[in-house]
Ligand binder design. Structure first.
Ligand code: FMN
Length: 185
């Protein structure tokens, strides 16, 4: 049997009814058999502060362990004011420390931005990629994934729209190949 890769999924919205969380869960269901997606929670991470990191809070350590022990990282995020929502940027910063022991380094990554708006979170998607360059996350380039008009991606019962399903399927299938090609040796 081929290897199963574990993927730490970070959702950039903390909202209970988050469309991004629904998309993350849909991707977990659509993922091919060699990818196992697990949402890593980021809502309990204190705002990053080097002073408190002298003795890392338990939430920091747990988060770092969850990312470090995963084979790959997937970001599913809304756009806030044309950029990355603060909780997600905070999680990226927490995972990047202590200096020299970044949890992100070398993990194959991908970004999908999701918005009810027409632009599909393009600004957040690309600002996030800027951090991933520095953090040495080989980030999938194609297919780009900006899911606009996402207010209608799920019906009231939470079922994924058949119009959106092929887009998400194509994205996660391509990402599975990306992870296989760029896995950390
Ligand atoms: C503080 C704030 C800023 C926002 N800025 C943008 C934005 O720049 N672009 C955009 O498309 N949507 C923006 N939105 C709308 C979000 O895309 C929308 O609330 C979306 O549903 C959030 O994702 P979620 O459903 O996963 O929580 C913003 C929402 C908030 C709360």
């Amino acid at each position: 049997m081929s290897k199963v890769y574990t993927v730490a999924v970070l959702v950039g919205s903390l909202r209970k009814q988050s469309i991004n969380r629904k998309v993350a869960l849909a991707l977990a269901e659509l993922a091919p058999a060699n990818l196992r997606l697990n949402i890593v929670e980021i809502g309990d991470l204190a705002l990053y502060n080097e002073d408190i990191d002298v003795t890392p809070p338990a939430a920091y350590s747990t988060f770092r362990d969850q990312v470090s022990s995963s084979d790959a990282v997937l970001f599913v995020t809304p756009e806030y004011n044309r950029s990355v929502p603060a909780p997600l940027k905070n999680a990226i910063d927490v995972g990047s420390r202590p200096y020299g022991k970044s949890a992100w380094s070398g993990k194959p990554g991908a970004v999908i931005s999701v918005s009810p708006g027409a632009v599909g979170g393009f600004g957040a998607n690309h600002h996030l990629r800027q951090s991933l360059v520095f953090l040495d996350v080989p980030c999938m380039q194609q297919p780009e994934a900006y899911l606009g008009g996402a207010g209608s991606a799920f019906d009231e019962a939470g079922k994924l729209s058949e119009k959106v399903r092929p887009f998400l399927q194509g994205f996660i299938d391509a990402y599975a190949k990306w992870v296989e090609q760029h896995k950390k040796s």
